[in-house]
Design a protein. Structure first.
Length: 107
C-alpha cells in the first residue's frame, strides 16, 4: 500500500500519481480540503472517473469504502492501465491539499 500527497493551487490539472506500464492505480481512500470555494474532479488521463465535487471555503472531502479500511477496503477510484491519476481543480484561486492511499494492480 502506498500514499501520495495532493497539492495544487488555483485552476489546474495535476498529476497526483504517474501511471506505470501494465498496472492500474486503485485509490482506496482520500481526503482533501480547499482554502477557498472550489470544484475538483478525478481523471484517468483524459477520462473522468468521478463527478465534479464542490467544496465551500475551508471545506473538505474524505472518502473510503469497506469495513476493514484501509487494508481490506474497496477501491473508490481506478485508472485505466498505464494512465496517470489526475486531479483537476476549477473555480478556485485557493490551495487544495490532502493525501490518498493507493495500490498498483497488475493487469
Amino acid at each position: 500500500m502506498n500514499t501520495a500527497i495532493i497539492s495544487t493551487t488555483g485552476n489546474a490539472s495535476t498529476v497526483v500519481i504517474t501511471g506505470v506500464a501494465g498496472k492500474r492505480i486503485r485509490v482506496l481512500a482520500y481526503t482533501m480540503n480547499s482554502s477557498t470555494t472550489a470544484e475538483a474532479q478525478w481523471f484517468s488521463a483524459t477520462t473522468a472517473i468521478s463527478g465534479k465535487m464542490h467544496m465551500a471555503a475551508n471545506g473538505n472531502i474524505a472518502t473510503h469504502l469497506g469495513y476493514n479500511w484501509p487494508s481490506g477496503g474497496l477501491p473508490v477510484l481506478q485508472t485505466a492501465t498505464v494512465e496517470d491519476l489526475i486531479l483537476t481543480t476549477t473555480n478556485t484561486a485557493g490551495i487544495i491539499g490532502g493525501h490518498l492511499t493507493y495500490v498498483m494492480v497488475a493487469v
